[in-house]
Ligand binder design. Structure first.
Ligand code: C2E
Ligand code: CA
Ligand code: CA
Ligand code: CA
Length: 279
């Protein structure tokens, strides 16, 4: 029988078992969906201050046959826990290579156009990470300089020497690194120069608060930091014209958000892209 607050002696927690069961069911659903190719990348455009396309971020989507579209926040961490993240990364990598091939074949690709992909902690730490990245792009004949890897700030505060070495080796191959959700990770800013980082991505939470003076000053600080360190600076989650204008006035390099475009499926991205090329 169950007493209120008396579960400290129990080794059987029905709530927890339900969670584990749920996770296991979900894990097998993800495996099946990988086999059925129900995952794909969507592409969210990135623009410069003149409204010209400079790149896009690949964001994974699970198109479930009965439940519809399932957002990544609902399955990425489960996929990581159960060792399925590599398969998902391979899908996204292949999709960005296909998009780059398509853009190159129609010569509608700006010289410094890049596609970004999100790299989770465990992916980055996997021993075959660098090799699998390289072999996929080689297979498609894509230049590493077309690919940006978005990692999070917290990845820069563990195993600093090892992380810097891994990043240097990858960046020597031509890939570039972007720090995603910048400003949320409490990283030691004095370490930042120790890593080959090419870009800072201002987190949406700061862009959201830009219309308050304190929020605005955080955004300005990050923009100035990036400029002082010779890095590119991107604002994510731009939803209004007002935010876009303020960001441009402060010298932002790249803008991304629903104000310009939502993440788009492959074909819709291609259409959008062709109408936003520099004249
Ligand atoms: P993130 O990397 O910070 O991606 C930005 C998220 O904000 C995306 O959500 C995007 O659709 C959404 N977003 C973009 N512009 C706006 C806007 O103007 N307003 C609002 N409200 N939202 C906006 P999404 O696609 O659901 O992805 C969520 C998170 O899942 C990503 O956050 C990223 O951490 C992770 N993720 C997505 N794809 C992958 C992947 O292929 N691999 C890994 N490891 N993680 C991924
Ligand atoms: Ca991202
Ligand atoms: Ca982000
Ligand atoms: Ca974010």
């Amino acid at each position: 029988s169950k007493r209120k607050g008396g579960n400290s002696y129990s080794y059987y927690d029905p709530k927890q078992q339900t969670l584990l069961e749920r996770q296991l069911t979900f894990e097998s659903e993800i495996s099946t969906a990988i086999e059925n190719r129900d995952f794909c990348a969507f592409f969210q455009p990135q623009l410069n201050g003149n409204g010209e396309v400079t790149g896009a971020e690949a964001l994974i989507r699970w198109i479930h046959p009965t439940k519809g579209m399932i957002p990544p926040d609902e399955f990425i961490s489960i996929a990581e826990q159960f060792g399925l993240i590599q398969s998902l990364q391979d899908i996204v990598l292949e999709d960005i290579c296909k998009l780059l091939m398509e853009l190159e074949s129609t010569s509608s690709i700006p010289a410094d156009f890049k596609l970004s992909i999100n790299i989770s902690h465990s992916q980055f730490r996997a021993s075959n990470f660098k090799q699998s990245l390289e072999s996929t792009i080689d297979q498609f004949g894509i230049a590493a300089s077309r690919v940006t890897l978005e990692i999070t700030e917290s990845m820069l505060s563990h195993d600093i020497a090892k992380t810097a070495q891994q990043m240097t080796e990858i960046s020597d191959k031509g890939f570039t690194f972007s720090i995603d959700d910048f400003g949320t990770g409490y990283s030691n800013l004095s370490n930042l120069h120790a890593f080959p980082v090419h870009e800072l991505k201002i987190d949406k939470s700061f862009v959201d608060r830009m219309l308050d003076p304190s929020g605005l000053s955080i955004v300005e600080t990050i923009i100035n930091l990036a400029k002082n360190l010779n890095m590119k600076v991107v604002a994510e989650g731009v939803e209004s014209d007002k935010q876009a204008t303020l960001l441009k006035e402060r010298g932002i390099d790249v803008l991304q958000g629903y104000h310009f475009a939502k993440p788009l499926p492959f074909d819709e991205y291609l259409k959008w892209h062709s109408t936003h090329l520099a004249q």
